[in-house]
Design a protein around this ligand. Structure first.
Ligand code: NAI
Ligand code: MG
Length: 502
């Protein structure tokens, strides 16, 4: 494994500009937090602070919800035609395209994400995501119902109201728009709480939304911590829905808060322990490329990471050997360097958490094939790590690590592959590598997960929904299905002419 400039950003090829937006965005203005408190956001390349950002708490959430409530109950946004909302969203998308470089930079310094990928894929991708839902905004309609008796009815699909959007740090831009874009199209107003590790791009997007013509109060951004600002959103009596992406533990707290307040509806996109199942007939070169990408992309900080690689016994040794060779060619280093494949983990907490899982793996008797250590003496870099001979009961096979740590496991039969692929509490994604269509069909139908990739991995698309089975959550994001999170259905019934009214 090559390591490039992990010991500081002094040689970083990009100059870090002054951070423009560090305050809460409420009712169309950037404001200090009510308490005046701020918190540091940290650059994971160095562990040093980038900027201080307003620390919102309950009082700020109350103000943001009030702004969103006013905008929903009295403002233009839910009352505009879908087409008019769509036009504003298209303008918003164009503004993102005009600021790609600056936005990609914010996510790199805040989260350690690859700058070249951000510029080429992440940021242009969120503009496309907005355009997708801009196109959907004027196609939201209900059904006409021919009822069994002398009535007719139609359904209206109405915006659900004020939505709380609580997002994680692993894809700060994508997570923002994966929720904000369908919520805007549906006609909702919202309070967004970005993760405390990565507040900067969300605030920038709030600024661009205003420039695009999104009315004040429609998008509010409250930066701050989960147990304070996040929890205040979840228990607020005037928030109609919470959409959350993050840990299973916090997902459970969110459902509790919803239950104990106004029974707001909830959708949850939680963790995963997704299997990639490689059968004997697979092309080993292609399979190992997929397996490596499946766990190392975005430093393993991705909910759908292929963290359990199940390989059939005939090619297991060859796959293990190839994976180890390829992992050694994977370049860890400063995410501004275009030659780098993997930047630092998001923060000290995740860095330490991943290293502690690696220790568990060793203690529980898995064989460390490659990696296993931090890189450099500054920042939060970790070597691509592969354990082989992992068994189902080990913690590294059961718990989400959210880092560059693969568990390699051997299986004999298709029945065993299916049983073991399903042997976790999670069910977010799965991959299958085989040339046999019958095997691919059978396994894809048997795995309990929200998205299955056959001979590919991470094949996402704006039009393709994904989400959790089992404890990976519920509700679907992306695709037209995501609109369901932000709409509710009203039936309107009327007697047919001359028919009795009851
Ligand atoms: P987390 O679940 O604590 O954080 C996600 C978001 O929830 C953040 O915005 C946070 O401020 C907020 N939050 C935290 N506590 C809250 C509360 N009581 N009420 C409302 N909002 C709250 O996740 P964390 O600690 O950052 O990461 C821990 C693990 O969670 C990771 O190692 C990973 O396994 C998993 N995770 C999964 C993600 C996914 O994409 N499904 C994303 C991030 C983390
Ligand atoms: Mg940060």
């Amino acid at each position: 494994m090559a390591v490039l400039d992990v010991n500081g950003s002094s040689e970083s090829p990009v100059k870090i500009p002054e951070i423009k937006f560090t305050k809460l965005f409420i009712g169309g203005s950037f404001v200090d937090s009510a308490s005046g408190k701020t918190f540091e956001t940290v650059d994971p390349r160095t562990g040093e602070a980038i900027a201080r950002v307003a620390e919102g708490d309950k009082e700020d959430v109350d103000l943001a919800v009030k702004a969103a409530r006013d905008a929903f109950d009295h403002g233009p946004w839910p009352r505009l035609s879908g087409r008019a909302r769509g036009r504003i969203m298209l303008k918003f998308a164009d503004l993102i395209d005009e600021h790609v470089e600056e936005l990609a930079l914010l996510d790199t310094i805040d989260a350690g994400k690859l700058f070249s990928w951000g510029k080429a894929v992440d940021i242009p991708g969120v503009a496309e995501l907005l355009r997708y839902y801009a196109g959907a905004a004027d196609k939201i309609h209900g059904d006409t119902l021919k009822m069994s008796r002398e009535f007719q009815a139609y359904t209206l699909r109405e915006p659900i109201g004020v939505v709380g959007l609580i997002i994680p740090w692993n894809f700060p831009s994508l997570m923002f728009f994966i929720k904000v874009a369908p919520a805007l199209a549906a006609g909702c107003t919202m309070v967004v709480k970005p993760a405390q590790q990565t507040p900067l791009s969300s605030l920038y997007y709030a600024h661009l939304a205003k420039l695009a013509g999104v009315p004040d109060g429609v998008i509010n951004v409250v930066t701050g911590n989960g147990p304070t600002a996040g929890a205040a959103i979840c228990s607020h009596m005037d928030v109609d829905k919470v959409s959350f992406t993050g840990s299973t533990e916090v997902g459970r707290l969110i459902m509790q808060a919803a239950a104990m307040s106004n029974l707001k509806s909830v959708s949850l996109e939680l963790g995963g322990k997704s299997p990639l199942v490689i059968f004997d007939d697979a092309d080993v070169d292609k399979a190992t490329d997929l397996a490596l990408l499946g766990i190392l992309f975005n430093k393993g900080e991705i909910c759908v990471a292929g963290s359990r690689v199940l390989v059939q016994e005939g090619i297991y040794d060859e796959v293990a050997k190839k994976l180890a060779e390829k992992a050694k060619r994977w370049v860890v280093g400063d995410p501004f360097n275009p030659a780098v494949n993997q930047g630092p983990q998001v923060d000290k907490k995740q860095f330490e958490r991943i290293l502690s899982y690696i220790e568990h793996g060793k203690r529980e008797g898995a064989t460390l094939l490659t990696g296993g250590k931090p890189c450099g003496h500054k920042g939060y870099y970790i070597e691509p790590t592969i354990f082989k001979d992992v068994t189902d009961n080990m913690r590294i096979a059961q718990e989400e690590i959210f880092g560059p740590v693969m568990s390699l496991m051997k299986f004999k039969t298709i029945e065993e592959a299916i049983q073991r692929a399903n042997a976790t509490r999670y069910g977010l994604a799965a991959g299958i590598v085989t040339k046999d269509i019958d095997v691919a069909n059978r396994v894809s139908r048997s795995i309990r997960a929200g998205i299955i990739w056959i001979n590919c991995y991470f094949a996402f698309d704006n039009d393709c929904p994904y989400g959790g089975y089992k404890m990976s959550g519920f509700g679907r994001e992306q695709g037209l299905h995501a609109l369901d999170n932000y709409l509710q259905t009203k039936s309107v019934v009327t007697p047919i002419y001359n028919s009795p009214w009851l």
